[in-house]
Design a protein around this ligand. Structure first.
Ligand SMILES: [Zn+2]
Length: 244
């Protein structure tokens, strides 16, 4: 079936001499594997149009559950700004790799919208760490992991919430407190907002560095402990963040 479809290239592998196979996330068809014959040849007109981490309008011969074949491609967004420096490339890489892994676990086509929206927001110079952490929180739903952000993880009380702990996996109230690190008061309210906010509607972000870092540390540890996913690019990204 001949098909026109928009999708973002999340993954690519070289194939034979001049070809490659790309994994493309689309809204309607989920993840599609597309074989791009001859595109690595210097003569190919499609060479510059099917780059990793680009949003592309594809013309393909679509085969469900098999490799589709590329006929033509036009770039919708190359995310040039995100590819312009090492920190932004790291965010782009991480978000795409995370989406690829979460999609493989969940088969949830909604990830497409979340990813494209977040890349647009970061392209519009909104804080990449905040947007990335929001995506991580939203993806937990697709992984079937419910992050409890309304009550104490130990006793279920919703009053006197004192801190947030990634080992226990949520909020801790004053009564249940042992010796966990106490986060900034604002961190508790802000992480809840990350979960509930519609990323599309964000026009500006004003969050202190301390709160941002506490939320990122919590989510990094939470992912490690509860999702079973390992996304190598987050390790590198965190190194860049902590150097900052
Ligand atoms: Zn409690």
């Amino acid at each position: 079936m001949n098909l026109e479809v928009d999708g973002i290239i999340l993954y690519e592998t070289p194939f034979k001499e001049n070809s490659k196979i790309i994994q493309v996330l689309t809204l309607k068809y989920g993840l599609i594997g597309i074989i791009c014959k001859g595109v690595l040849s210097p003569k190919s007109k499609l060479r510059a149009k099917v780059n990793k981490f680009s949003l592309v309008r594809f013309n393909i011969i679509y085969k469900e559950n098999k490799l589709s074949t590329l006929i033509n491609a036009d770039i919708i967004d190359n995310y040039t700004y995100l590819k312009s420096d090492i920190v932004l490339i790291s965010y782009l890489t991480y978000l795409c790799e995370l989406t690829y892994q979460v999609f493989k676990e969940s088969n949830n086509n909604k990830l497409y919208d979340i990813l494209i929206t977040s890349l647009n927001k970061i392209s519009n110079k909104l804080d990449p760490l905040v947007i990335t952490n929001m995506v991580e929180i939203k993806y937990l739903d697709s992984l079937g992991i419910k992050l409890e952000l309304n009550k104490c993880i130990k006793c279920g009380s919703n009053i006197n919430i004192l801190t947030l702990d990634s080992n226990l996996g949520g909020f801790i109230c004053q009564n249940c407190y042992n010796s966990e690190y106490i986060v900034d008061k604002k961190t508790l309210g802000t992480i809840r907002k990350y979960y509930y906010i519609d990323i599309k509607k964000i026009v500006n972000i004003n969050i202190s560095l301390k709160v941002k870092k506490e939320i990122n540390i919590f989510l990094t540890n939470y992912y490690e402990k509860y999702t079973g996913l390992y996304v190598k690019s987050k390790v590198f990204l965190n190194k860049l963040i902590s150097d900052n």
